[in-house]
Structure formats: C-alpha cells, structure tokens
Design a protein around this ligand. Structure first.
Ligand code: PLP
Length: 284
C-alpha cells in the first residue's frame, strides 16, 4: 500500500505517519471516528456524516481542529491525492497526547488522522446473495450513540460469527435486537412494515439508516421505529442491514434459520436501489 494519509495538517506517505504512544486514542480509546463512502471520486451522504462527527465530539468534549470548510477540503484532497474512485474515507479525532491520567488533559491538542481504503462498494456480491447472521448478547458500553473507536466488543462478536460459519452478528439486549456489529438492523414484518429500533443511547445513529427510512417513507412503506425481539426477527418476511459502505444488504439466515424464503427480499433490494439512485446522484 502506498497511500497518502492526513495527520494533523500534514500529507504523508502512510508508513511515515506516526502517532504518540501517549495519545489518548491509543491509551484510553478516547477518540471518535467517521466513515464516508466514496463513489466516482465523490462523497456519499457527507452532510450526515459530518453532522454526526460534530455530535460525537461534542458529546465527549473534543474540539474539531478544522472548520467545516477545511474539513470538506481535506476530504476532497485525500480523494484526489489517492486517486480514489470507489471506497471509503476513515477519519479519526482523538483527544490527543497527554501523560496517562483518567482526567482529561487541560488544553489538549487533538490528533486528527484520515486515510482512504479502495473498495468496490457498488458491485458487492452480497447484495445478490445476502448474508447470514448469528445473534449474540450486546456487551458494549451505554453510549453507543457516540461513534467511539472502542470496537473490541463488536470485533469479538464478528469473530464469534466467523467461528460459527456466519457473516456477521446482530446484538441483543433484554431480548431485543439493538443493531449489528457495524451496521443498523432492520426487519420487514408480515404487514410489510419496516421495523427498526428508535434512536437512543443504545444504538449508533446510523446515517444510512436515516436516509433509508426517509426513502422508505417516500416509497409508501410504513416505518415503525421501536425495539423488536430476536423472535420477531426470525419470523420476519425480510431482514437487512444498512451502513455507509454497504448501503442495504439483505440478511437471509438468522441463527441458521432462513428469513422468509431464505433469499434476498424485494423490499431490501428496492430500498438499496433507491438509496443508490438518490445518494450516488447527490454525492458531492
Ligand atoms: N451501527 C454500528 C454499530 C456501526 O458501527 C455502524 C457503522 O459503522 C452503523 C450502525 C451504520 O452507520 P452508518 O450508516 O452511519 O455507516
């Protein structure tokens, strides 16, 4: 890999970008991140991702070192410098380096890093095959609405899924699905309603989720924002996940049981198509 990455105002070859071992992102997981999809060299759903970025840093009291215009300019420049046609931009802001102390440092200088990953996001074969998931207890912390880098629990859930021969895991708490390891979880019930958990501190406020719900409502689909149980998910007509780089992917098996007829369902496919039509055309 020979990418040019961004670190605190500098453009560097990836192997020359270094962060202090005292950085609080490294020592305390005291950092937040964002992932924005890139298609045709343009940023998909960028307004939503920057809005959530500012919300996340506001919740933990980190100050963004760049203005909104500078942030957009850096996103554009990293695409250009890496000749990125399709893939993603990863952005992370930590509170910065300080001597190890649970108290936040007095005048921290945040660490802002960004890199690109080339990835075929439009031609993912999973759109046609769907994915299998297992359900596992949600052992994450109580502020899942903040997009922090504390991703060990979902990483472990993903490894458990792999061990059991599944593609991913859906997390549950008190019998209700919260979300997937790295995407929002949705089902279509017998009445054709889209059911998805309402926003709270229990889930990440998925930007793709927000757009998909809007698209679904415009397409005349009834949306119910409420918790749904593992049993409801297994009895659903369809299930699917949404995220910035996967858009909408059908879930065809839950804990080894087929969802509906075990094939990607028409509603998930339609929402995926509508999302692409709207958001790829409006990418900036
Ligand atoms: N939920 C979790 C836990 C995630 O990690 C992600 C994405 O990383 C999502 C949902 C989907 O969010 P978005 O649509 O903004 O990518």
């Amino acid at each position: 890999m020979n990418r040019i990455v961004y670190l605190n105002g500098a453009w560097l070859p990836e192997n020359e970008a270094k962060v202090s071992i005292f950085d609080r992102g490294y020592v305390f997981g005291d950092a937040i991140y964002e992932v924005t999809a890139v298609v045709g060299g343009k940023l998909v759903d960028y307004a939503g991702h920057t809005a959530r970025l500012h919300r996340s840093i506001g919740e933990v009291g980190i100050v963004c070192p760049l203005s909104p215009d500078e942030l957009l300019a850096v996103h554009r420049e990293i695409v250009t410098r890496n000749n990125l046609d399709e893939g993603l931009i990863y952005l992370q802001i930590s509170r910065g380096a300080a001597d190890r102390d649970f108290h936040f440092p007095k005048n921290p200088v945040p660490t802002l890093s960004m890199f690109t990953q080339a990835k075929k996001v439009l031609e993912n074969p999973l759109y046609d095959t769907g994915i299998s998931i297992i359900t596992v207890p949600d052992i994450r912390w109580g502020r899942r609405d903040i997009k922090t880098v504390q991703l060990l629990a979902p990483s472990m859930a993903k490894m458990e899924a792999e061990k059991q021969g599944a593609d991913d895991a859906w997390l549950y708490e008190d019998g209700f699905i919260t979300e997937a390891t790295s995407s929002s979880a949705h089902i279509i019930n017998a009445q054709g309603h889209l059911i998805t958990r309402q926003l709270s501190t229990r889930i990440l406020h998925g930007i793709t989720r927000l757009s998909i719900l809007d698209i679904a409502r415009h397409a005349g689909i009834t949306v119910e924002e409420r918790p749904f149980t593992v049993e409801e998910a297994k009895a659903a007509k369809e299930a699917f996940v949404t995220s910035a780089t996967q858009f909408a992917i059908p879930v065809v098996r839950i804990d080894g049981q087929p969802v509906g007829d075990g094939k990607p369902g028409p509603v998930a496919k339609k929402l995926h198509q509508l999302y692409l039509e709207h958001h790829i055309n409006n990418a900036i």
